[in-house]
Design a protein around this ligand. Structure first.
Ligand SMILES: C[S@@+](CC[C@H](N)C(=O)[O-])C[C@H]1O[C@@H](n2cnc3c(N)ncnc32)[C@H](O)[C@@H]1O
Length: 259
């Protein structure tokens, strides 16, 4: 799959909702304090650092495919926390972890059969996976606008050979995939996390980083700004409200399963 580089500072300013989901996921974890933890798609490492605080006698490894994200994460400096540039599609660390955690990242990974197999292998006995990522119906406004524009003759040529960046399964589809692996006590459930952005500016920050990154990086440089501007324009029309707030659908798949 294509690897995308993200801007860690701009992501930090546009990721309130991802961070909120992550805090909740972390608060619900059942942690003893000596676990070895893997954070897949750790981004700028803010949540990874919190995981590290929960395991003072353990350690945490954060992996991310974006080297700019890992550069930002490395500057966070927690003692029992390490970061590595690694594509989740290449995960191969048998028997190393008690917990594999992932927040708001795995919809960027296409082959979840391989990911689940590699995650199962990477767990120690009784280890747990806890994933939360985008489900079918996520970002329906943005995806509708982007798909419509990609089919528009004004932009279609730029998207030749473009690989759609996201895998967003329905929860029951994903449950069947998890159950095809030898996990026990597997739970897979959907979640409606629809959200109001407080202002157009907040929504635009989120459109710019991370949402449009894979689309703009595929386009020739001269075509990027015009495409971005028309996406923003149409999003304001379809997601904007009279009071200045904007609405988008955020649907999640949650996974909890034990080896
Ligand atoms: C929305 S950010 C989430 C970051 C962090 N987990 C959080 O909740 O703030 C998604 C992250 O997934 C990473 N990512 C995307 N595809 C990936 C892959 N194949 N392997 C590892 N990381 C990936 C991106 O680089 C990005 O940092």
């Amino acid at each position: 799959m294509a690897r995308h580089e993200f801007d860690a500072d701009r992501y930090a300013a546009a990721s309130t909702h991802q961070t909120e989901w992550g805090h909740r996921l972390i608060a619900e974890l059942d942690i003893a304090g000596d676990e070895h933890v893997l954070d897949i798609g750790c981004g700028d490492g803010r949540l990874t650092g919190q995981l590290a605080q929960l395991v003072p006698r353990g350690r945490v490894l954060g992996i991310d495919a974006s080297s700019r994200m890992i550069d930002a994460a490395q500057s966070s400096g927690a003692r029992n926390c390490e970061f590595r540039v690694l594509d989740a599609a290449r995960l191969d660390m048998p028997g190393e972890f008690d917990l594999i955690f992932s927040n708001a990242a795995l919809h960027w990974v296409k082959d979840h059969g391989r990911l689940l197999r590699a995650s199962f292998d990477a767990l120690r006995p009784d280890g747990v996976i806890r994933f939360n990522f985008a489900a079918d119906g996520n970002c329906s406004h943005l995806i509708g606008v982007v798909r419509e524009l990609m089919a528009d003759p004004a932009h279609a040529e730029g998207f030749e050979a473009f690989e759609w960046p996201w895998f967003m399964p329905a929860p029951d589809e994903y449950e069947a995939l998890v159950r095809a692996h030898p996990f026990r006590d597997a739970r897979v459930w959907g979640e409606n996390a629809d959200r109001d952005f407080p202002s157009v500016e907040d929504m635009v920050r989120w459109i710019d980083q991370p949402s449009l990154v894979p689309f703009l990086s595929h386009l020739p440089t001269a075509a990027r700004q015009p495409f971005r501007d028309v996406v923003v324009e149409r999003m304001i029309v379809c997601a904007g409200r009279d009071d200045g707030t904007c609405f988008e659908t955020f649907r999640r798949v949650n996974v909890l399963a034990t080896k």
